[in-house]
Design a protein around this ligand. Structure first.
Ligand code: PXP
Length: 237
């Protein structure tokens, strides 16, 4: 059964809607842990639209499970990560206008910058994961770059409408997963996963961890965070 990383960005989104101090993502992290979260994920965006620097600093001190920081490859973000030292950094692409992370990071195009970021993060003792599309070229490059882990982007699978499209996206993810495992990297996946579509991804051979945010926080509004996390974990098992 894969581990579950809970992305709590949306809790901060709600707080920022009023520029106030509630709901606090720090509370959300504690409740997600009580529900069985194996890691807590936050994305510190360059525009600080949801998670703030204060959240990262406080969560670094309060989260008892793995703290996974998603961030862009900018100098500012890598400096921040090296200073605060989350357990893991997942490098993601970032565009100002996007609603959420839109495709995987192109590690072929940004090879040099990614390589420098990985070296700095490794020197700081931080594990690195690369959020990439499930394509062989991207995985080969992640191996070259000596990333510790790869998070496969499941967005295309999640958005597939026809059963045929969904099956072919699933096959693409399963093939990519095999490549990641054979290369000896830790295998993770995420984006767009829900209570309805998670099972086929959770049962991909060797899947180590799934990162899920929107669906869990949406359900949490009605049943509470600990319960929402517990339900997702039981589906994944
Ligand atoms: N993984 C990564 C790298 C992401 O950027 C996100 C969204 O912030 C997620 C997983 C979670 O996606 P969702 O909110 O759709 O579950």
């Amino acid at each position: 059964m894969p581990l579950l990383g809970v992305n709590i960005d949306h809790v901060a989104t709600l707080r920022q809607a009023r520029q106030t101090n509630e709901p606090d993502p720090v509370w959300a992290a504690a409740l997600a842990e009580l529900g069985g979260a194996d890691s807590i994920t936050i994305h510190l965006r360059e525009d600080r639209r949801h998670i703030q620097d204060r959240d990262l600093e406080v969560l670094r001190r309060t989260v008892a499970v793995k703290l996974n920081l998603e961030c862009a490859i900018s100098h500012e973000m890598i400096d921040t990560a090296c200073r605060v030292k989350p357990d893991q950094v997942t490098i993601v692409p970032e565009k100002r206008q996007e609603i959420t992370t839109e495709g995987g990071l192109d590690v072929v195009q940004y090879k040099q910058a990614v390589s420098q970021a990985i070296a700095r993060l490794h020197d700081a003792g931080i594990t690195v994961s690369l959020f990439i599309d499930p394509s062989p070229g991207q995985i080969d490059e992640a191996v070259e770059l000596m990333s510790d882990a790869v998070e496969l982007h499941t967005g295309a699978y999640a958005l597939a409408i026809s059963p045929h499209d969904r099956d072919s996206r699933l096959l693409e993810l399963a093939r990519a997963a095999t490549m990641v495992r054979k290369a000896g990297m830790v295998l993770a996946a995420g984006h767009g996963l829900t209570y309805r579509n998670v099972v086929p991804i959770a049962t991909i051979d060797g899947m180590h961890e799934l990162n899920i945010g929107h669906s869990i926080v949406s359900r949490a509004i009605f049943v509470g965070i600990a319960q929402a996390v517990k339900e997702m974990k039981s589906l994944m098992g």
